[in-house]
Design a protein around this ligand. Sequence first.
Ligand SMILES: [Zn+2]
Ligand SMILES: [Zn+2]
Length: 132
Amino acid sequence: MNCPRCKNPMVVLELAEVEIDYCDECGGIWLDQGELELLLEAGEEKDKLLNSFAAAGSVSEEKIKCPICGRKMEKVFIGEDKKVLIDKCKYNHGLWFDRGELLQTVELGVKNEADDKMIRLIKDMFGFSLKE
Ligand SMILES: [Zn+2]
Ligand SMILES: [Zn+2]
């Protein structure tokens, strides 16, 4: 699969038994439909996060194409205060997170950021690329 931003082939990485596609050029991450759910532990925060997806309408951020179907994705806000803006395939192929956005998103969906296994894993795996 090629990165929807830079068109480079992405590498498949395993994050807690979930296969994710990562672009080491731009630091973006593709999650297939349903994979975000797998990364979060069941709980109130997870439900809140998954229910908070809201179409962003017209935003200035450049539209990119779904790496699976090639159709333009829609911009979606996640989080109660519209904290993170990501790209979602309208045909439910998956979600695209620009550099750092997956961490921001997962932080919204856990009980305790400082003490969450998934947050630590993501930081260990991508920490180097989260710094500008
Ligand atoms: Zn890229
Ligand atoms: Zn698609």
